[in-house]
Write a protein that binds this ligand. Structure first.
Ligand SMILES: Nc1ncnc2c1ncn2[C@@H]1O[C@H](COP(=O)(O)OP(=O)(O)O)[C@@H](O)[C@H]1O
Ligand SMILES: [Mg+2]
Length: 168
């Protein structure tokens, strides 16, 4: 959605309404912390924002579902700068381009560090334009560590064999 930065300039931001998150404010704190950490580690994450939704704006959203969520999310929400055109999800039957393998491995390590169980083959929460990757959706980070360990144990074989396959 079109947002206004503190300095008055416009920005296109993908906003995550906290009312739509399973763990409400906690999900958005996880998003913000993961985004700042990823940026610090030079991982490819769109610029994060804290977005203030005000009641007058929420009231005029034409789509009823979005309006209800926005009205339940008045105040602070998490957002990320909208990726430029050209980014899309890498189809799951295609290998990660070889120049991006190292960064993909760093993202795997990052997910392990933040206990993010939400990046899977079917739900990569990652897009590419062929030259760069972009990661998003860290609301589950640190929230369900036991589930994450189960996920890791069940998927580590396929994650490693995908990497080995891609490196051939
Ligand atoms: N910064 C962004 N730029 C462009 N598209 C985005 C961005 N962030 C999220 N999206 C799109 O919105 C979808 C939903 O966002 P996501 O953070 O994954 O939320 P959810 O918890 O609903 O999966 C993503 O799959 C992606 O297609
Ligand atoms: Mg997602």
């Amino acid at each position: 959605m079109g947002c206004i930065r503190e300095d008055g300039t416009d920005e296109e931001v993908v906003v995550k309404f906290r009312a739509g998150c399973d763990m409400k404010e906690r999900s958005l704190v996880a998003e913000a912390l993961a985004a700042l950490l990823a940026a610090d580690l030079d991982l490819p994450i769109p610029e994060p924002f804290i977005v203030r939704i005000d009641p007058a704006f929420a009231a005029i959203i034409p789509d009823a579902d979005a309006r209800v969520k926005a009205e339940a999310s008045i105040g602070w929400n998490f957002g990320s700068k909208r990726l430029p055109s050209g980014f899309s999800t890498i189809p799951k039957d295609q290998p990660v381009p070889s120049r991006l393998i190292d960064e993909a491995a760093e993202i795997l390590a990052f997910d392990t560090f933040i206990a993010n169980s939400d990046r899977t083959v079917d739900n990569p929460n990652c897009q590419s334009n062929g030259k760069q990757l972009a990661i998003f959706d860290h609301e589950l980070a640190t929230q369900n560590t036991i589930e994450y360990i189960k996920h890791l144990v069940m998927n580590i074989d396929s994650a490693i064999s995908n990497l080995v396959e891609a490196l051939k």
